[in-house]
Design a protein around this ligand. Structure first.
Ligand code: TXA
Ligand code: MG
Length: 291
């Protein structure tokens, strides 16, 4: 099922059904062994999926859930090997979208939900993106895509690994390192480099247009002027919340509009800017290796 969340749309399957989990990998074209995040309607629904919880887990769950934070913890007895690729840890989160909550409550147990895009491609932030990307791989007899409008945040959840000391942010997102540090009252290793969660590759999130990064607007103009083919400059550095909200739609628009090159001005490397830089760096690497 294509399921709206506040970050991006997920491709959701009953977390207790091995056949449904196998279909997730098949539909996405995702190599097995890349672990999936377990989504619950509440922290209580994740009992048995996450191991008995630590103070850090309890603090972050109370402050950030429902919301765009995934916590990596030791897996509980309910977690199938197919979800974690056999790892001893599991990512868990409680999404903040009324349709996701309604589906989870109706099912009565968690779903696994990777982003609902073909493996390596741009993540979907509205239902039409899911249909465009995966529609012909879904089965009208048993699958559906729920339309919950445009995802409010626009980039995937922050992933914080609580199984290491100190905790480490593996993927930057809308919940920032500074927020996590303030809540836990300790220093947390951040995701200043490329995100490191298992299975994350240098070349994710890539459109077909070549993505080239620029440090500022002047550099972007120079690059665009020298580019061969149709080029566009994308500069949303004045409003990073909007930049995140529009990011994947902007990348998709580059392809829909037949651009050869999209020159993107990088936001500052702090707060939500870290999440944007992570996704953009990968989009640039992925589009460069495509050709
Ligand atoms: O915002 C989100 O998190 C979205 C929405 C749909 O909830 N989901 C999402 O899932 O981004 P996905 O599968 O596209 O990305 C999850 C990332 C993957 O890179 C995966 O390798 C990593 O999280 N991950 C999940 N479980 C893990 C584990 N046990 N150990 C290490 N990395 C893990
Ligand atoms: Mg993804």
């Amino acid at each position: 099922m294509g399921l709206p969340t506040e970050t991006v749309y997920g491709l959701a399957a009953d977390a207790a059904d091995p056949e449904a989990i196998a279909r997730i990998y098949a539909v996405k074209g995702r190599p097995t062994g890349h672990p999936l995040i377990v989504h619950g309607a509440s922290a209580e629904m994740l009992d048995g999926w996450a191991a008995p919880t630590s103070p850090a887990f309890t603090t972050l769950a109370a402050a950030c859930w429902p919301g765009p934070l995934t916590m990596l913890v030791e897996r509980g007895p309910s977690v199938l090997d197919a979800i974690t690729g056999g790892r001893p840890t599991v990512g868990v989160r409680v999404p903040a979208h009324p349709l996701a909550t309604a589906v989870l409550e109706a099912l009565g147990r968690p779903v696994v939900a990777p982003s609902a895009n073909q493996f390596g491609r741009v993540s979907p932030t509205d239902a039409a993106h899911v249909v465009a990307d995966l529609g012909d791989r879904l089965d009208p007899e048993r699958d559906c895509v729920l339309d919950g409008g445009r995802a409010a945040v626009g980039v995937e959840s922050t992933i914080v690994d609580l199984t290491v000391d100190p905790p480490q942010v593996l993927r930057a997102g809308a919940i920032t390192v500074a927020q996590i540090e303030a809540l836990l009252e300790l220093a947390v290793a951040d995701a200043a480099g490329p995100s490191r969660a298992a299975g994350m590759l240098a070349g994710h999130y890539a459109p077909s247009a070549r993505v080239v990064l620029a440090d500022d607007a002047d550099a972007a103009r120079t690059i665009a002027a020298a580019a061969s083919g149709r080029a566009r400059i994308l500069d949303r550095t004045d409003d990073l919340v909007t930049a995140a909200h529009e990011l994947y739609a902007d990348l998709r628009a580059a392809d829909a509009d037949g651009l050869d090159v999209l020159v993107v001005v990088l936001p500052p490397a702090a707060g939500l800017g870290l999440a944007l830089r992570d996704r953009l760096t990968k989009a640039a690497a992925g589009s460069a290796t495509d050709r």
